[in-house]
Design a protein around this ligand. Structure first.
Ligand code: KG4
Ligand code: ZN
Length: 344
């Protein structure tokens, strides 16, 4: 058996995710086969504020959490008695949001006498890469060591995994996360929230070479930086104030700079650490040019979650929760949320 490959007992995990503005529940069998997944998005509510309004998000989770859990069980035609453990995102995320999901999970675990597993949101994004619909062809199991690029609204990091649940953070952003840069640039260009999909759409008709935006390579480190790029876009917008902005060209040139750095630094790290595969996860892994760049290379096998599992969902929490449960990392009812909880 290869390093990192383990034989684990079968189990069904019901997971809850409420770290930001999606109320989500899902059931996964054996860490990878998805039986049911529900995501109640609050996107329309927050769009009018141009970003997530934490207090409103927490109140919405309170309203949605029970219907979302009930709908997920119904969709899988299962009862709580068919579940082996309850998992929930414990952090990182918005405190008022996390507390709703974690407490719902505690209630279910206590009421149904099931083990509780607190999951790190970031490991969830990594584990989403192996999730497939139950009944469909299975995605091959992870091969270690692997390199995981994590690109979300709050985080951008490169992690080396040499076994399940073992993370070595090689580098991370020194300022803005990649998703945050997309969101801020969207605002500069007058594009609607959420910024990532808006910038991608606007960029479709643009020329990615129209503006020579800076790439922060930060040579000799595996860190990232996107605030200089964001400032460069701001400067161009100010320079052209008074005349209509070439939004498509600005969006395409900005996106090309982000993808260039994320793709090339990840490839270099994969070579340096003799990775057997590359995994890309988090909201920004939904970005088409980024996906295309990784899918076009043939040097490393690549796992990127399908689009519906890139942004926040509970399937990823169930997937990571299964490995925590199966490897004996369960928690007691006394655990609390961890609004900042680095992966390693
Ligand atoms: O993982 P996620 O749903 O939430 C966090 O954990 O932060 O990531 C959300 C981020 C947002 O910044 C959003 O703009 C970005 O992912 N995003 C995208 C795309 N879809 C979502 N960024 C670029 N291109 C996309 N298609
Ligand atoms: Zn996320």
């Amino acid at each position: 058996m290869e390093k990192g490959m383990i034989s684990l007992s079968p189990a069904r995990i019901l997971a809850i995710e409420t770290s930001c503005d999606e109320t989500a529940a899902a059931i996964i069998e054996n860490g990878r086969a998805l039986l049911a997944s529900t995501v109640a998005s609050q996107m329309d509510i927050h769009a009018r504020y141009g970003g997530v309004y934490p207090e409103v998000a927490a109140r919405q989770h309170v309203l949605s959490i029970l219907p979302v859990i009930e709908q997920t069980l119904a969709q899988a035609h299962l009862a709580l008695s068919d579940i082996n453990a309850i998992a929930a995102t414990r952090g990182p995320g918005l405190a008022g949001s996390l507390v709703v999901g974690l407490n719902a999970a505690k209630g279910l675990a206590l009421g149904a006498n099931l083990p509780l597993v607190g999951v790190n949101h970031l490991e969830g994004h990594i584990y989403s890469a192996w999730v497939y619909n139950s009944g469909e062809m299975a995605i091959p199991e992870p091969e270690f060591p692997l390199l995981a690029l994590l690109v979300s609204g709050g985080h951008t990091e490169l992690n080396l995994m040499d076994a399940h649940l073992s993370y070595q953070r090689l580098g991370a952003t020194l300022d803005d996360a990649a998703g945050e840069a997309f969101d801020k640039v969207a605002r500069l260009l007058g594009l609607p929230y959420p910024g990532g999909p808006s910038v991608q759409k606007a960029a479709e008709g643009g020329d990615p070479t129209a503006f020579k935006f800076p790439r922060a390579w930060l040579e000799g480190t595996w860190n990232f930086s996107f605030s200089g790029l964001k400032t460069a876009v701001l400067k161009e917008c100010k320079r052209m104030e008074g005349s209509p902005l070439p939004v498509a060209d600005l969006a395409a040139s900005f996106q090309a700079a982000v993808v260039d750095v994320l793709f090339n630094k990840t490839m270099n790290a994969a070579r340096e650490f003799d990775s057997k595969q590359i995994v890309v996860g988090g909201g920004v892994s939904a970005n088409k040019p980024l996906r295309d760049a990784f899918l076009a290379q043939e040097e490393f096998p690549i796992n990127i979650p399908r689009i519906s599992l890139c942004t926040d969902n509970a399937a990823m929490v169930a997937a990571a929760g299964y490995f925590r449960y199966a490897l004996g990392h369960t928690d007691g009812l006394e655990i609390d949320i961890m609004p900042t909880w680095p992966l390693s």
